[in-house]
Design a protein. Sequence first.
Length: 172
Amino acid sequence: MKLDPSKKQYLKEIDLNVKMDSGAPCPYIIKNEYKLYLMFYIDMPDPNWDGTYVNVRDNARDKGIACISFNNYCQIIDGWPNDEVLIGHRYYEFGLKSYRFFEVIHSDWIMDILNRNRKHPNHNDSLFEDDKHYIFCFHDTCFEIITNGYKVDVFNDKSMKDVCEMVINKMF
């Protein structure tokens, strides 16, 4: 997509074919300078749960993990706001919602990075044309990334510990 600062930004909800756990998705990030993995618990309802007790996460035993791999990411923001104060997020007025995934179309963040990169003597705007701005709204945090693509893998039978170990082994 051609970058055009005159275009108004807006949000587009993304269907990753996976639903995050709304109680405690507990996202993990493992990264180096070239690759980033975002893992979180997916919604796997217990058909026997009667609502009278709380489950506490056990990262070594709980199963059901989504792992999103990002190649060639440019920059990330991770942390505040949580679901209780999402109204304070700069994209809330565009329809940002908790427990969902979004792409920011005509992102001001990408335009800011592009404009700062123009200081480089060999800068070329085309290097940024494939970049996309994604937002993942978890329970206690939001994760934002500028990248040119992602891949989603789902592991229904693996624990967070298993998936993190697998990702770390891929990094070497």
